[in-house]
Ligand binder design. Structure first.
Ligand SMILES: Nc1nc2c(ncn2[C@@H]2O[C@H](COP(=O)(O)OP(=O)(O)OP(=O)(O)O)[C@@H](O)[C@H]2O)c(=O)[nH]1
Ligand SMILES: [Mg+2]
Length: 362
């Protein structure tokens, strides 16, 4: 699968995942910093000029610059995985234009579906522009694409853990990439390891990831004697937004040599209780000491709810910030105002007088 990064974060993560990833940016400086081997595409503004600064957090600039690379990207995004942050100007603006073009296309074949990895800001601590750009993107760009089902799976990464654990950027990007590698290794493990039950082949997997839903996947050591739902909830992938009601599911259970391969039945039951028939396989992995479960849940979030969730956090952020500003900069002297004294200073025809009389202040 071809990987494409757009904007600063998108390029850094995409090229870390795949050294041959295609990097797209409005900023020549950021493109030149990449040491990866893949093609580098400089998008330029409609005036024809490149920009050393990038889109300066303005999605309108990225959106405009898309026109310069549109023909090239339209072909490249088919069947590819596109990475972009939603907070800045370049990744946001170009991803928006790509989504609009997908909405305008009719009947996109499954193998041409574009997958998206989006990096959302941590609303509590990141800048207001990043948060506002993200709200707009979810609302105006992603929502219509979800409604029309024109994309493949969408992976909603969040910078929450990065900020809460104060991780170096490069390390955090490595965590995102490692986690994606684990999920995308499912078909390969099926072909390389000894099959104990069922099978997920490359075609099954390709079909699953071509569905236009959000994908929450996670990997953890599975305890066959413990409740499946509790374990999945406890081991949600902290790098991704939390999942909602599952629509479709896929899992791979890796069992150590001599382990009990029937442990998977309880996982099938767990999904069946939610009216979901999972795609699954059980393999023997002699390198493991404990069972390991890779599970992916596809869910759909009504765009309005998605935006509402995000805005709720952003709103709390805004309130905290406003309170802080007031605490820091505004001294409110205790004013003792006698309305009738004040009223005498005014012109007798003043509307304010009429109003003050009406509300019985004078
Ligand atoms: N996880 C992660 N997030 C990043 C990285 N670089 C930037 N971000 C986040 O991405 C958002 C900003 O997007 P960028 O990719 O820097 O912006 P851009 O798309 O290049 O747009 P402009 O710089 O405005 O032209 C913010 O939420 C940043 O915290 C990174 O390397 N890793
Ligand atoms: Mg940038």
């Amino acid at each position: 699968m071809r990987v494409i990064g757009i904007g600063g974060a998108g390029c850094k993560i995409a090229t870390k995942w795949d050294n041959e990833a295609i990097a797209v940016n409005v900023s020549e400086v950021e493109l030149n910093k990449l040491t990866s081997g893949g093609e580098k595409i400089l998008a330029s503004l409609s005036g024809g000029q490149g920009s050393f600064q990038g889109s300066r957090m303005d999605p309108a600039i990225g959106y405009d610059a898309y026109n310069s690379v549109r023909r090239q990207l339209t072909n490249l995004v088919r069947g590819s995985f596109v990475f972009a942050a939603t907070g800045g100007g370049t990744g946001n603006g170009i991803a928006r234009a790509i989504l609009e073009d997908l909405v305008a296309r009719e009947n996109i074949p499954l193998e041409e579906k574009t997958l998206f990895g989006l990096v959302l800001p941590y609303a509590r601590l990141e800048s207001e522009e990043f948060v506002t750009n993200t709200s707009n993107f979810l609302n105006q760009s992603l929502a219509p694409a979800i409604d029309d089902g024109v994309t493949g799976n969408i992976f909603m990464f969040s910078n929450r853990v990065k900020f809460e654990k104060r991780l170096p950027e490069d390390k955090f990007n490595g965590m995102i990439v490692d986690s994606l590698r684990q999920f995308f290794a499912v078909p390969q493990k099926n072909s390389e390891l000894k099959l104990l039950d069922e099978h997920i082949d490359a075609e099954d997997f390709a079909l699953f990831i071509s569905k236009p839903y959000f994908n929450h996947f996670t990997v953890f050591n599975f305890k066959p004697d413990q409740d499946v739902g509790n374990q999945i909830a406890k081991h949600n992938n902290p790098l991704l937004l939390a999942p909602e009601q599952t629509i479709e599911a896929l899992f791979l259970l890796e069992v150590p040599a001599g382990g009990d391969p029937t442990a998977f039945y309880s996982i099938v039951e767990y999904f069946n209780e939610q009216s979901v028939k999972p795609l699954y396989s059980v393999v023997e992995n002699p390198a493991l000491k404990e069972m390991r479960l890779t599970v992916s849940m596809l869910y759909s979030r009504k765009p309005a709810e998605l935006v509402a969730d995000f805005n709720r956090v952003a709103e709390e952020h805004a309130q905290t910030k406003a309170r802080r500003t007031i605490d820091q900069y505004v001294e409110l002297p205790d004013l003792q105002v006698d309305m009738s004294d004040e009223a005498k200073k005014l012109n007798p025809d003043d509307d304010i007088l009429t109003m003050l009389k009406r509300i019985n202040k004078i």
